[in-house]
Design a protein around this ligand. Structure first.
Ligand code: SF4
Length: 240
């Protein structure tokens, strides 16, 4: 098997010592810098897609509920069989909690999630004619659905320009200085204010993909980052 090449530092790479970097205040991004970052994200991936498998708005909602504190890849392993058996609230409610639990038992917190999936299916039937509602308030009233899940469903199923702040976006917002905030809501509101409207529909996916594949939590790949020159993180590796 071919040996993976060792990661090499460019000779022109400068990394500030952690202590020194930690003391530096992060400069806010300017409007043109934000515009430029999203122009690059769009040029690289004009139509970014979420990575959670689903076949309709209902299965998207279920997949997002199942993905809390779990990876998309882990959820995608379990959901094809579940959605083949139940792709509507009626079929999911008929399946019942015990059988749903069997389908999702490889996913963390599966007992509680199976309970919520059946309960939200019953609620969709009794209160929304079996349809996924296009309203934040109605979505957040469903069992197991919080603000982040509502944002994902509003964005992906209904094309609303929402910003679902997950662990990746929370990290990027704070690390790069694009949208510093103490909690996901603060970061979400800052991103909504900062990102130009024309980029908002896909901004959520661009940032998630950037965090998942480039701006990694433990060892960000700054040397291959398309916004490295714009990023304000004092600890990034930068071309001198
Ligand atoms: S330069 Fe590094 S820290 Fe900054 S956004 Fe890119 S990968 Fe993340």
């Amino acid at each position: 098997m071919a040996k993976k090449p060792a990661r090499q530092k460019s000779k022109k790479t400068v990394k500030l010592p952690r202590k020194q970097a930690g003391k530096q205040a992060i400069k806010p991004w300017t409007r043109p810098e934000i515009e430029e970052a999203f122009r690059r994200f769009q040029a690289r991936e004009p139509h970014p897609k979420g990575e959670l498998s689903h076949v309709n708005a209902f299965t998207l909602l279920v997949a997002v509920v199942l993905s809390a504190q779990a990876t998309d890849a882990g959820v995608n392993k379990a959901t094809p069989a579940l959605f083949a058996a139940a792709d509507t609230p009626q079929k999911m409610a008929a399946l019942g909690e015990e059988r749903v639990r069997d389908y999702v038992k490889t996913i963390g917190l599966y007992r509680n999630k199976a309970k919520n999936v059946v309960a939200l299916s019953e609620r969709l039937i009794s209160e929304h004619d079996g349809e996924v509602p296009r309203s934040r308030e109605a979505l957040e009233a469903l069992p197991g659905v919080g603000r982040k899940t509502a944002n994902v469903v509003l964005n992906m199923a209904f094309g609303e320009p929402t910003m679902a702040v997950d662990t990746h976006i929370f990290r990027i917002g704070n690390r790069t200085g694009l949208a510093p905030g103490k909690n996901p809501l603060e970061v979400e509101l800052k991103l909504l204010e900062a990102i130009p409207g024309k980029y908002m529909l896909h901004a959520h996916h661009w940032l998630i993909l950037h965090g998942r594949y480039t701006c990694l939590a433990r060892r960000p790949l700054c040397e291959s980052c398309i916004i490295a020159d714009l990023c304000k993180w004092p600890e990034k590796t930068v071309a001198a």
